[in-house]
Design a protein around this ligand. Structure first.
Ligand code: AHR
Length: 517
């Protein structure tokens, strides 16, 4: 919720009004006369890692596979991703990035060496999906590549040469090696991460040591083309503000963005059970949504720390990895992080979108973990079968918000009370999209009750509203390979506009995205 000065008085009046309304009534103001910052399309980004069945089986099956494919990429996944308008894709990790040596993944596939994937399931990685395969995928789908360099176990020279290999048009050794491997033109690589989780799997470094290493790698990672590659430094895990402070103090002037990783875990436990992806009770439904809302506090506090060293706010916040992390599906490799995905997870995604929109002035990129078959995936595959998850549908419904101009909203919402705790029942966001229309997105997290949202539209003469809804009967409703369309968006008819007021009744566990007419 954005608290706009103009709206403060109105919000107080509405707060008074709401006390006389029913428990599940919310009051919203959208002010179209005070446009805010642009919501970067890059907050709708994705992450792909050599982990479990994300790359192999999920995206890449190879040109000889019986699964229908285009040059080795599975056709069903290509079509689904095209429809999603993925703005950028982070690769090759994650923890895998800090043990990845890019030269293993170029040249004729049958000659590429195999390596041991020590982070994820101890499987053998044959390197059939490498730099060319990744960048060609991005080109086919008009996705901006976001490459994570190996700082943990790689050398500065490796990093330097990889960037030259990908982006240089010169008659230089690396550009010529690329040409020898069949690609004449350099690729456009606008984003580079200098390391991943270097406080942990990326080298167990202290912040000072990482920050010095960041400066060293950054010095030699050149811009070979006529654009400046945006460089993103490894940021904190969750609430490690000390890491942010030190990295900003030492390397803040050399970076364009600082990462943040925050995963939502239903039980809050990294060591014991994280909670099941399916079949959970209301306790985990509530705790998951409560825990995900911590994203807001993390963003606010990390930004405050960043601002101490960057008062001009030049360094972007990049929520490099986020999403729900549950126990793996029973019977699957624990190192593959394969989990199902429910309507709860779609609600979680939408709540995070709203938080990112609220901080659109500083949060310029986010990448959900991960795109296929891993953690909060958009897509799940089983051999030749594929399904779209509820989270895919949330991302797809929010496409109008990519590069839209945020509009201030002020919301008075009833609570969702569970035991001694409570969270807001309704969440709202609004923006003017690049098509000129105003879009309003609303979420009701109440598990069994509907919520009515009465919206005062300021600076806007709307006559009607049309849109779509994503909802489902159970807290763990999901799509399975037997019923792949159990949870999918439907046309929404529950919005009315009269006397400049938009009234919407949101069913329990629902996301509604409306275009105002
Ligand atoms: O997304 C799975 C893993 O989570 C990534 O490899 C790592 O960066 C994080 O700990």
């Amino acid at each position: 919720m954005r608290h706009h000065p103009l709206l403060a008085c109105a919000a107080i009046l509405l707060a008074a009004t709401v006390q006389t309304s029913s428990a599940a009534d919310a009051q919203l103001i959208v002010d179209a006369s005070k446009p805010g910052p642009v919501i970067s399309k890059h907050i709708y980004g994705q992450f792909s890692e050599h982990l479990g069945r994300c790359i192999y089986e999920g995206i890449w099956v190879g040109p000889d596979s019986p699964i229908p494919n285009t040059k080795g990429y599975r056709n069903d996944v290509l079509a689904a991703l095209k429809q999603l308008k993925v703005p950028q894709l982070r690769w090759p990790g994650g923890c895998f990035a800090d043990e990845y040596h890019w030269r293993d993944g170029i040249g004729p596939r049958e000659k590429r060496p195999s390596i041991y994937n020590s982070n994820w399931g101890g499987v053998v990685e044959n390197n059939h999906f490498g730099t060319h395969e990744f960048l060609e995928l991005c080109e086919m789908l008009d996705i901006a590549p976001y490459i994570c360099l190996n700082v943990g176990s790689g050398t500065v020279q490796e990093a330097q040469e990889w960037v030259e290999y990908m982006t240089s048009a010169a008659d230089s050794p690396m550009a010529n090696l690329r040409r020898a491997n069949g690609r004449d033109k350099p690729w456009h690589v606008p984003f580079i991460a200098i390391g991943n989780e270097n406080w942990g799997c990326g080298g167990n470094m202290r912040a000072e040591y990482y920050a010095d290493n960041y400066r060293r790698f950054n010095t030699f990672v050149k811009n070979y083309a006529d654009y400046k590659i945006r460089r993103i430094a490894c940021g904190a895990a969750g609430g490690d503000y000390d890491w942010t402070e030190k990295v900003m103090m030492i390397a803040g002037k050399q970076t364009d963005g600082l990462a943040l990783h925050y995963y939502t875990i239903p039980t809050d436990s990294w060591t014991g059970s994280k909670g099941a992806a399916l079949g959970f009770g209301e306790d985990h439904y509530f705790s998951t949504l409560r825990n995900t809302l911590r994203m807001k506090d993390l963003i606010v506090r990390h930004l405050a720390t960043m601002d101490e060293f960057d008062p001009e706010k030049k360094v972007d916040m990049v929520v490099d990895e986020w999403g729900i992390w549950t126990d793996v599906e029973p019977g699957t490799n624990t190192g593959f992080l394969y989990q199902q995905n429910t309507i709860r997870d779609a609600l979680l995604a939408a709540l995070n979108f709203h938080i990112f929109h609220e901080h659109a002035d500083r949060v310029k990129m986010a990448n959900i973990a991960q795109i296929v078959n891993v953690l909060q995936a958009m897509i799940l595959t089983d051999k030749e079968k594929m399904l779209l998850t509820p989270t895919y549908h949330a991302f797809e419904m929010y496409k109008p918000f990519q590069d839209a101009t945020a509009l201030p909203v002020s919301l008075v919402t009833p609570d969702y009370v569970f035991g001694q705790e409570k969270i807001p029942a309704v969440s709202a966001t609004a923006a003017r999209a690049t098509d000129g229309k105003v879009y309003v997105a609303l979420v009701n997290v109440l598990p069994t009750e509907s919520a009515t949202v009465s919206t005062t539209l300021v600076g806007l003469a709307a006559k009607g509203a049309t849109g779509r809804i994503l909802t489902a009967p159970a807290m763990d409703s999901h799509n399975s390979f037997a019923a792949p369309n159990a949870v999918q968006p439907a046309a929404f008819t529950g919005a009315t506009v009269a006397d400049g007021k938009l009234t919407v009744t949101l069913p329990a566990k629902s996301i509604v995205v409306l275009a105002l007419q």
